[in-house]
Write a protein that binds this ligand. Structure first.
Ligand SMILES: [Fe+2]
Length: 185
């Protein structure tokens, strides 16, 4: 397979798919193999981020988004033992592991979401990232991510919208709290 597939080519395809696909499931089905193709391109890690956000344990390096923050492409890097809290994205997502060992833990909400700021989650499964293979995250997904190795992990992320602008939440499962997770101002 020709591994040459630039970020610009990927973004062009992303725009076309998002403009023509009738539903999210169709976007995910079409974008997943292209995200794998982009992840296989050795030049991807030479791309200069347009924005970088450092979080506790990981960093989010944005490579592309549209003017309204739609169609975001980012490289995320987790430090050894870095992890996120369980969170949703407020949009669809596709993740492809580039190096290291990331584990996805999947959660399900079991309360009725009627109390603001309150949430009960149940752990429903986990999956080790297979390098080069897309993990598809439909909009309702709640997951957490852990780097379970002693080296940093790096992965390619594609989202329907930059997740710092979607109104997503992260969850404190000890205190049953739902907390907004957006841009810090
Ligand atoms: Fe996530």
């Amino acid at each position: 397979m020709n591994a040459d597939y630039s970020l610009a080519q990927f973004v062009e395809a992303l725009r076309s798919i998002a403009a023509t696909a009738a539903e999210e499931r169709e976007i995910l089905r079409q974008v997943a193999p292209l995200a794998e193709r982009l992840a296989a391109d050795s030049k991807l890690l030479n791309e200069r981020p347009v924005n970088s956000i450092a979080e506790k344990g990981f960093s989010f390096n944005l490579l592309h988004e549209e003017a309204d923050h739609a169609l975001a492409v980012a490289i995320l890097s987790w430090l050894p033992s870095g992890a996120t809290l369980p969170h949703n994205h407020g949009t669809w997502g596709i993740v492809v592991g580039l190096t290291g060992a990331e584990k996805n833990i999947f959660w399900r909400r079991i309360d009725d979401a009627s109390r603001p700021g309150y949430a009960e989650l149940e752990r429903v499964g986990e999956m080790e990232c297979v390098l080069g293979q897309a993990v598809v995250l439909p909009s309702p997904t709640i997951h957490s991510v852990e780097n379970c190795a002693s080296e940093p992990s790096v992965s390619l992320h594609v989202y329907g919208k930059n997740v710092y602008y979607t109104g997503r939440s992260q969850f404190d499962i000890v205190n049953n709290r739902e907390m907004p997770w957006g841009i810090k101002t």
